[in-house]
Design a protein around this ligand. Structure first.
Ligand code: FPP
Length: 254
């Protein structure tokens, strides 16, 4: 852990790392240069998340829609993932980080899939930061997959909220804060189910310029927001509110 540690009580942060291409174009470089610089920022932000007391960090590295990009750009993104895993494996294990990929990685090169497999297995019992890369990921696909998994296991039964949540890539993982860099204010098919009660933060900073200082400022500013989860005053427990709402609904008749 870095000496500069702060605790912000924000458990799960998800980040849409956007703006690489524009960052590179503004500097008259090809788009992939932005991805290369952007991949260098990833390790800093992982370390910062750990230092700031974040328990889970989910990064959107490649979406199902990104398949429509030029082949050269897609291949660079594959290579950057591979390089990241090679370079950071020892640090991930030494820092007790639990690593996972969510999404469809069937089209990745075999050597990358093997690296992922080994790292996921070796880090699976780690109790520190839960680091997840969404790669080949699309939230609608994930939701449909969850429903189909449930139907297969429970033919003829109606699906409930808890069932859908239980059959996602990572069961019952609510996001507390979603950050998007790059200036656009949209969700782009990322963790649609999991962000139901998340705080949203959009910054104009393009991903290659995103820094641990800005990350800290965002966590600081969001941690002062009042989260009510549908209640009328500050509340820290979404599940408790959901349970209470059910009891009240059953007992209050108009
Ligand atoms: C969006 O920028 C970013 C991506 C599609 C990929 C994010 C990838 C990285 C940060 C590097 C990969 C790193 C690892 C470790 C896997 P964009 O190209 O959409 O930017 P633009 O909106 O400016 O065009």
């Amino acid at each position: 852990m870095n000496s500069e540690s702060f605790q912000f009580n924000i458990n799960h942060v998800a980040i849409i790392m956007d703006g690489n291409g524009r960052w590179a174009k503004m500097r008259s470089h090809p788009r992939v240069w932005g991805h290369i610089r952007g991949s260098g920022v990833v390790a800093d932000i992982v370390e910062a998340a750990d230092d700031f007391g974040v328990k889970a960090l989910t990064l959107y590295a490649f979406s199902t829609e990104n398949w429509c990009r030029p082949e050269g750009e897609v291949k660079v993104l594959f290579k950057l993932l591979h390089k990241f895993l090679l370079k950071e494996k020892a640090r991930i294990l030494a820092n007790d980080i639990c690593f996972k990929i969510i999404g469809d990685i069937s089209n990745l090169p075999l050597k990358t899939k093997d690296l992922i497999d080994v790292l996921e297995k070796e880090s699976s019992n780690n109790k520190g930061l839960k680091l997840t890369f969404a790669f080949g990921y699309g939230s609608r696909d994930e939701i449909v997959m969850s429903v189909n998994k449930f139907i297969e296991k429970n033919p003829g039964k109606k699906i409930a909220v808890e069932d859908l949540s239980a059959n996602l890539y990572q069961a019952h993982e609510e996001v507390d804060l979603l950050i998007r860099t790059g200036g656009d204010q949209r969700i782009s098919n990322f963790l649609l189910w999991q962000i139901a009660y998340a705080e949203l933060f959009f910054t104009d900073t393009k991903w290659p310029d995103f820094s641990r200082e800005e990350f800290k400022e965002i966590l600081k500013s969001v941690s002062t927001r009042e989260r009510r989860f549908g209640a009328i005053s500050n509340s820290i427990n979404l599940q408790k509110n959901i349970d209470l709402a059910k009891v009240n609904k059953a007992s209050i008749r108009g």
